[in-house]
Design a protein around this ligand. Structure first.
Ligand code: ADP
Length: 782
């Protein structure tokens, strides 16, 4: 089979002569001068050779010839006519159509009674085209001889196949699938519109390759029907053309991408710097035609912004014969300016003159890109630095404000001990201006001497020590020297500053004026001493007074007793009663004095505290209270497994007083029950003495600890109100505290709990690990 021209439609290549010769009907071309030509069919049918017969009319019967001559004459005047003529050897008349065929010529066409479809199929075969006729269901009803050949199928395979048959495997030029329902024949059937020159790839099973077709589909309507009943499809194999085009396109692309990939343009010029001859690289890259660049318009491809400088350098190179080396932007064929580096070197003649120049362009857009990226990065970094600087400035401003406002003196020192910073408080403290301080050696200016005036060697200075060893230091009693020459007592904190590598670069010295603190401390000390003195005086007085009072009181009591014993019978009842009152009072006074004496004795220098098992102490108290407890009216329980560190002679009265009160202040009709407990918390033992007595109203719960404070009449409950005062003094003397919780009557839960703390005896387990086991087995230590 032959192929149609690559870019034509199925019909475009067929000219009138070809069509005529392909026509299965006889046709005769006649000129006014009598010259004539026959097509193939006419030659076969009429058996004549062109031009040999002088008269074309002789080919026909006389009758027909006459009619035809008239018709030709008409056609030569431009008129078409149809005749019914009998062809030689034929029975049925043929239809002759005589038409004008150009100036001074006419065409005689004879249509014998042929099936028009057959005619068409035959024409297509002769024109090298495939043709099929498909029915309404798109099944192929007829195909010309070439159709199966073009499609690589047998006529049997082709006939009956419809457009939707999956075996077609058609594709579009871009390689995408060309589904059956979009085939031109089917579309024409459905829409009733012809589709012209549709490119389509089909797999040619016989050749085992893809073939490219251009397909034209023309719907055929039966007279009076709206929908087409058939579709005629004509197709040409254009594979060769397609291939050539595709190859061209590919090689051009390859070439172009090669140029773009290397972006290397090699060029040559004559000694004067003009392009000599064609420059394929230059052409390919810039898209300039030889006419353009050979006419000296090559520079038009250089970016206007770079042109003047490049031209100047080029002139210089040409004049001096030195290497031309520059950069400029060169316009690519697509209009994009590409940054290029250009180097051109002179090629010398034997005589040393320049013969020509050879140069190259190198695309440096990648370099430029990297540079741009670097620049962008730099800009971003700078931006970040700016932001950071701004932040730092803010922080600095804030810290400066803070330092300025601070009441403490703050010095910045460099590694050599020079003052690099001082805040107003520091300047104020030492009587210097900030300006005077900054730049001075700290030690020499303000730290040169000890408080007693003796020189303070730099080697001993703890601030400088920090500059050497990078340690933080807190200095409690330093002295800095005021501008006027007096010592300023200070406490300082020295904080080292480090470089990124860890070297000490300086220190910050925070200085607090402790003159005021020292002054108030000494005032406080004085006050304490005064108080202690007066306390001691008072205690001395109480002691002396109570001690000295005892003697006359004893005398008074003794004589009252003597009087009562010796002369009681001589005195009347009233005198005896008075004497009894006197003796009572003397006894009470003795008790008061003893209590007072006891109170004042608490805390007087005595023996050191010793470990004391609480259980033993409570046990002893219980023993001394035997009578009260044995009566069965009262109970005392204790669970006190702890050991305290205490003065044993003081713990006895403490417990006696508290337990005694618990047994004494009983609620009417309720037997007293007192419980003593203890628990340890850290270094202190918490002891509670709990009773079920009358309780103490909230408003008196503090007052009961004052001396001589009682809440009841002596007739109701004995006592002189010293007990709790003595107890609190004893507890506080041990470093503990005493307080109470109480719910008074008539609350059914009435009763009081006295709490006090005493230092725990050091844990023997910690001192002697070997004792651990035995101690652990002792449930009292659990
Ligand atoms: P007194 O020698 O009178 O007992 P205290 O100083 O021991 O003096 O007690 C002061 C007062 O506190 C007592 O008079 C009593 O009113 C009240 N008081 C002390 N302990 C108790 C207690 N356990 N229950 C109720 N009241 C108490």
């Amino acid at each position: 089979m032959t192929s149609a021209p690559a870019d034509s439609s199925a019909f475009a290549g067929a000219d009138a002569a070809a069509l005529l010769s392909a026509l299965p009907d006889p046709a005769v071309w006649v000129r006014a001068d009598g010259h004539f030509a026959l097509n193939t069919a006419a030659r076969e049918r009429l058996g004549a050779v062109d031009g040999l017969a002088q008269n074309w009319a002789l080919l026909f019967s006389v009758a027909a010839a006459q009619e035809l001559r008239d018709a030709v004459a008409q056609a030569l005047r431009g008129k078409v006519s149809c005749l019914s003529v009998t062809m030689p050897g034929a029975v049925a008349p043929a239809l002759a159509t005589i038409t004008p065929a150009g100036p001074g010529a006419a065409l005689l066409h004879f249509r014998e009674s042929h099936d028009p479809l057959e005619v068409a199929l035959e024409i297509m075969d002769r024109m090298g085209l495939g043709m099929t006729v498909q029915g309404a269901d798109s099944r192929i009803l007829h195909a010309n001889t070439l159709a199966p050949a073009i499609l690589g199928l047998s006529p049997e395979q082709l006939t009956g196949r419809d457009s939707l048959d999956p075996r077609w495997q058609a594709i579009h030029p871009d390689g995408s699938a060309f589904p059956g329902e979009t085939h031109p024949s089917l579309v024409a059937l459905h829409t009733g519109q012809p589709l012209l020159d549709v490119p389509m790839g089909v797999f040619h099973p016989a050749a085992g390759e893809w073939r490219w077709l251009t397909v034209t589909a023309i719907p055929r309507r039966a007279p009076g029907m709206n929908r087409p009943q058939q579709v005629t499809t004509v197709f040409a194999d254009v594979t060769e053309g397609h291939r050539t085009r595709e190859d061209l396109r590919r090689s051009e692309q390859r070439f172009r991408s090669l140029v773009e990939a290397t972006s290397q343009i090699v060029f040559s010029t004559d000694a004067q710097g003009h392009f000599d001859g064609r420059q394929p690289d230059w052409e390919a890259f810039t898209g300039q035609s030889p006419e353009e660049y050979l006419a000296g318009r090559g520079g038009e491809a250089i970016h206007p912004g770079d042109l003047i400088e490049s031209a100047r350098l080029w002139r210089e190179a040409l004049q001096s014969g030195s290497v031309y080396d520059t950069e400029h932007r060169l316009r690519r064929h697509d209009g994009v300016y590409v940054p290029m580096r250009i180097r051109a070197v002179p090629v010398l003649n034997e005589d040393g003159g320049v013969r020509e120049w050879i140069g190259s362009y190198t695309d440096i857009s990648a370099v430029r890109g990297a540079e741009a990226a670097l620049r962008a990065l730099n800009a971003e970094l700078e931006g970040r630095v700016a932001v950071r600087t701004q932040e730092l400035a803010e922080v600095t401003r804030f810290s400066t404000l803070l330092l300025t406002a601070a009441g403490e003196g703050v010095f910045g020192l460099d590694a050599s001990g020079r003052i690099t910073f001082a805040n107003p408080a520091a300047a104020r403290l030492l009587g210097y201006s900030v300006e005077r301080l900054i730049g001075s050696q700290q030690h020499a200016l303000i730290h040169h001497s000890h408080p007693d005036g003796t020189p303070y060697p730099l080697a001993d200075c703890p601030i400088h020590q920090t500059l050497r060893d990078g340690q933080n230091r807190r200095l409690e009693h330093e002295v800095l020297w005021h501008a006027t020459g007096h010592a300023v007592p200070v406490s300082c904190v020295v904080t080292p500053l480090f470089s990124e590598t860890g070297a000490v670069t300086g220190a910050v010295l925070m200085v607090q004026d402790i003159a005021e603190r020292l002054r108030s401390q000494s005032l406080l000390q004085d006050a304490i001493e005064d108080l202690e003195r007066s306390n001691a005086d008072l205690e001395q007085f109480a002691y002396v007074a109570s001690h000295d009072l005892q003697e006359p009181l004893r005398t008074l009591g003794s004589y009252a007793e003597l009087l009562s014993r010796r002369y009681g019978e001589q005195l009347d009842g009233r005198a005896n009663q008075y004497l009894g009152f006197m003796q009572d009072a003397a006894g009470r006074m003795r008790g008061l004095i003893q209590d007072l004496l006891e109170f004042s004795r608490v805390g007087r220098a005595g023996s050191a505290p010793t470990p004391l098992a609480l259980s033993d102490a409570v046990q002893a108290v219980a023993h001394s209270m035997g009578a009260a407890l044995e009566s069965g009216q009262a109970t005392l329980e204790w669970d006190t497994p702890h050991t305290v560190l205490a003065h044993a002679p003081l713990i006895a009265p403490l417990l006696t007083n508290l337990i005694g009160n618990g047994l004494k202040f009983t609620a009417p009709g309720q037997p007293a029950r007192v419980r003593v407990g203890s628990r340890q918390d850290g270094e202190m033992v918490y002891i509670t003495v709990q009773d079920n007595g009358i309780g103490i109203a909230h408003e008196y719960q503090e007052r009961v600890f004052e001396i001589f404070q009682r809440l009841h009449r002596r007739e109701d409950y004995a006592g002189n109100g010293m007990g709790l005062a003595i107890c609190r003094k004893i507890v506080e003397h041990h470093g503990g505290t005493l307080w109470l919780e109480s719910t008074p009557l008539p609350d059914p839960d009435h009763g009081s709990t006295f709490h006090f703390t005493l230092p725990a005896a050091p844990d023997p387990r910690r001192q002697d690990p070997q004792q651990q086991d035995s101690q652990r087995q002792d449930p009292s230590h659990a």
